[in-house]
Design a protein around this ligand. Structure first.
Ligand SMILES: [Zn+2]
Length: 286
């Protein structure tokens, strides 16, 4: 790590752009999906992959709004788009909407220059726990203010029945492989789930994830190059695994959020080809 940083310092001292350093720069610079790949294909894994034939999530639909559209991270596999739209509709039916939808993927997936290490193959989406109960205006969507749901090792007063129900709805879709949440949130879900515990296995405790939860869909049919994660452990995950988080600090400092990505994942060769293809102009920008 030190050697890499030293190299960057040298490049910067020479007055050269440090673009070679940030793996995600090239992927973020491509503003649209490719023209060649009409067939949606999730390739590689969430942390080292890309997406052909991405579709844009419409900026606003029934029961949801897209946050920070200026990031151009509202692209995903069509299964993910359908998932978000379906969740929005279900949330609206229960009076929970509009949901605030955070980052999905870049137009061709791939690594991002800052923020997430995953979200690379079009099957990941962040959804905020904050339920404003009214539509946000454009300025609020462009610069939304998150609210943490966790205080120490417990859920905060901001957590409520709506958040719990939203998680349940989000996990109910059979296409969902796992959902990352803060360990304090998983613990709260374990306590309040009652007899219906089948869905709890999908809730995976992880650092951060106190302002939003992160949904990862399973590899879709028709994407033979998609690399699945190992199955989630059997059981509801409310026992020893969760307890192992007890002594750890699980909230991230602000300085750790949206920080530059210095990792350079090794992507499938098909991803390098995808990156080089011309843009699909018919898709239009937003
Ligand atoms: Zn995420």
């Amino acid at each position: 790590m030190r050697g890499v940083l030293g190299g960057v310092a040298l490049v910067m001292a020479l007055g050269l752009a440090p673009s070679a350093h940030a793996a995600g720069e090239a992927w973020a610079a491509v503003r649209l999906p490719s023209a060649q790949d009409e067939l949606p294909q999730a390739m590689g894994s969430a942390a080292a992959g890309c997406l052909a034939g991405a579709r844009p999530l419409p900026a606003g639909g029934e029961g949801y709004q897209v946050l920070r559209p200026q990031r151009n991270r509202f692209w995903a596999h069509p299964d993910t788009i359908a998932y978000v739209e379906g969740l929005g509709r279900r949330a609206a039916l229960e009076g929970l909407g509009p949901l605030l939808v955070g980052d999905l993927s870049q137009p061709r997936g791939g690594p991002m220059p800052y923020g997430h290490g995953s979200h690379q193959h079009g099957l990941d989406v962040d959804i905020w726990f904050k339920l404003p109960g009214r539509p946000l205006n454009d300025a609020e969507l462009a610069g939304p203010v998150p609210i943490t749901m966790v205080k120490g090792t417990k859920v905060a007063a901001t957590w409520g029945r709506g958040q719990m129900r939203l998680l349940q709805l989000a996990a109910a879709d059979p296409g969902v492989d796992r959902i990352f949440v803060n360990p304090a949130i998983k613990a709260q879900a374990c306590r309040s789930a009652g007899g219906d515990r089948g869905w709890l296995a999908k809730l995976r405790p992880w650092w951060g994830h106190d302002e939003h939860f992160h949904v990862r869909l399973a590899c879709p049919a028709g994407s033979p190059g998609c690399v699945p994660q190992p199955a989630v452990p059997a059981g509801d995950g409310c026992g020893a695994e969760l307890a192992s988080w007890n002594a750890k600090p699980t909230l991230l400092p602000d300085s750790a959020k949206d920080k530059p990505n210095r990792r350079r994942p090794v992507l499938p060769a098909a991803c390098e080809r995808l990156l080089a293809e011309p843009e699909l102009h018919a898709a239009g920008g937003r």
